[in-house]
Write a protein that binds this ligand. Structure first.
Ligand code: ADP
Length: 301
């Protein structure tokens, strides 16, 4: 569904995207991860043909971009980072207006509306104004709107940012339904749990380059020790000096927390008995650990 080779985009003398290669197969959920400024949004804009690359090639649903970007965009549904629903229109009218934008005739769109409302869980809100919707409802409507012309592939830019946990689960459920129906999804996200849950494969970008690529589980297994013990509290410095080297395969201190990476958490926890004031959290390693290891812990813009 998507083939990208050697994609480069330069602003000033910075390569914001540098020699990017990506392949996304039909029916796959593909994650684009990276800290702020890594080049995710620029990549999405290049893929949609909204900006021109300096070099490289893009084939989207078999169509060359940016050469035939308009044609390619007919195959794509886009959920932007910020909801841009029309506040002057009702829920139903938003769907109708968006369908017109894709050149669909009124009857064809009207026929799809009930199904889209059901998908968004908004069947009872068809005539509501946008201002009456919760954040979660607006997101679901934006997602349903992106499906109005029945695209093969969906681009989602941070689909659950700003939503509460219940609303996030509803969005995930909707995306799962779309994947089960054979749609292809490309998503950017800051949430590692979201990427771990949804993405079949992902890339981690940093400074416009791919620093890791693979299935979430495979990335965790290849980059990170199996378990993490997070330690915090009174006396951490002393304990770190006396024990961390012995009981952790690798460790890092961030703020007031020690991250002890290990294949033998019991040993680390046993050593913590020497400092009863310390508290700890023992957990399996996650995609977030991979992300932080590869992109560093410095705050980005
Ligand atoms: P992300 O989406 O991963 O946060 P972006 O693709 O938005 O990253 O931005 C990557 C880098 O490109 C940033 O340093 C940003 O400031 C820069 N950038 C993005 N768009 C432009 C532009 N139109 N002109 C100049 N610099 C830009």
């Amino acid at each position: 569904m998507l083939k990208v080779r050697g994609l480069t985009k330069r602003y000033g003398d910075t390569d914001v995207v540098h020699g990017l290669d990506l392949t996304v197969r039909r029916g796959e959920c593909f994650g684009l991860l990276g800290p702020n400024g890594a080049g995710k949004t620029t990549t999405l804009r290049l893929l949609l043909g909204l900006i021109e690359p300096d070099s490289g090639s893009i084939e989207l649903a078999g169509i060359a971009v940016p050469q035939h970007a308009r044609e390619a965009r007919m195959k794509v549904g886009v959920v932007p980072q910020l909801d841009n629903l029309d506040p002057d229109f009702s829920v139903r009218e938003n769907l109708l207006a968006y369908g017109r934008y894709f050149g669909m005739d009124k009857a064809a769109i009207a026929a799809r509306v009930p199904e889209l409302l059901e998908f968004a869980g908004l069947a009872s809100k068809a005539d509501a104004q946008i201002a009456q919707l919760s954040g979660g409802m607006k997101r679901r409507l934006t997602l349903a709107r992106a499906l109005v012309h029945d695209p093969d592939i969906l681009f989602l830019d941070e689909p659950t940012t700003g939503l509460d946990p219940q609303a996030r689960h509803l969005i995930w459920q909707g995306l799962r339904r779309l994947l089960n129906a054979g749609k292809t999804i490309v998503l950017t996200t800051h949430f590692m749990d979201e990427a771990e849950r949804l993405a079949d494969r992902l890339v981690i970008l940093d400074h416009g380059r791919v620093v890791a690529e693979g299935a979430p589980r495979a990335l965790i297994e290849s980059h990170i020790e199996p378990a993490v013990v997070e330690v915090y509290g009174e006396g951490l410095e002393t304990w770190t000096r006396d024990y961390a080297d012995q009981v952790c395969l690798r460790f890092e201190t961030i703020g007031e927390t020690l991250f002890c990476y290990t294949d033998n958490a019991a040993r680390a926890i046993d050593a913590l008995k020497q400092a009863p004031a310390l508290r700890y959290l023992h957990r399996p390693s996650s995609l977030e650990d991979v992300f932080l290891k590869l992109t560093g812990r410095d705050l980005r813009d």
